[in-house]
Design a protein around this ligand. Sequence first.
Ligand SMILES: [Ca+2]
Length: 173
Amino acid sequence: MTTGEHVLRFLMGGAAVLWLGGPGLPCGEGTSRSPQIVLLKKLAVPGNAGWVDTGIDVEEGQELVFQAEGRISLQKGNPDAGCDPEGYDIQGFQQPLPDRNLGCLAGKVVWLLEVRKDERTGEEVRDEFIRYFYVGREQTVSMPLQGRLFLGVNENIVKDNDGEFVVSIYIKS
Ligand SMILES: [Ca+2]
């Protein structure tokens, strides 16, 4: 089974279908099919969890729609450190997305090429490609890579964070 088939079967399994064109439009005669989006998953992304595995495998070029809500604190106990999925209006080169707001909702796709053992140290080495992308409050993103989809907060020091974003992930079909 190819990954594409896998994604399709996954879709058929949990289908909540939304018509972008509104009810009544899809059955036109001879017109092009109305685009629809299907809810793949709704999940919590805690501010202090690091990258959260969505359990979703994507194909390069697949269009996903993200909608996020909720608030996190980038420094628990600091009343000035709260932000929504758009993040806090500061940029820093240490963050996964250096040109985006600190603490904004971000995504990454990890394409695992190989897991091998380092011959000298005996430690497990994961050879993988990683591509990051911006999400914010609402975003349609063409997947930059095939692989596993993760969501997280655009900050490197997450252990002192609090709160969570709740994210709905839809696929366009
Ligand atoms: Ca922090």
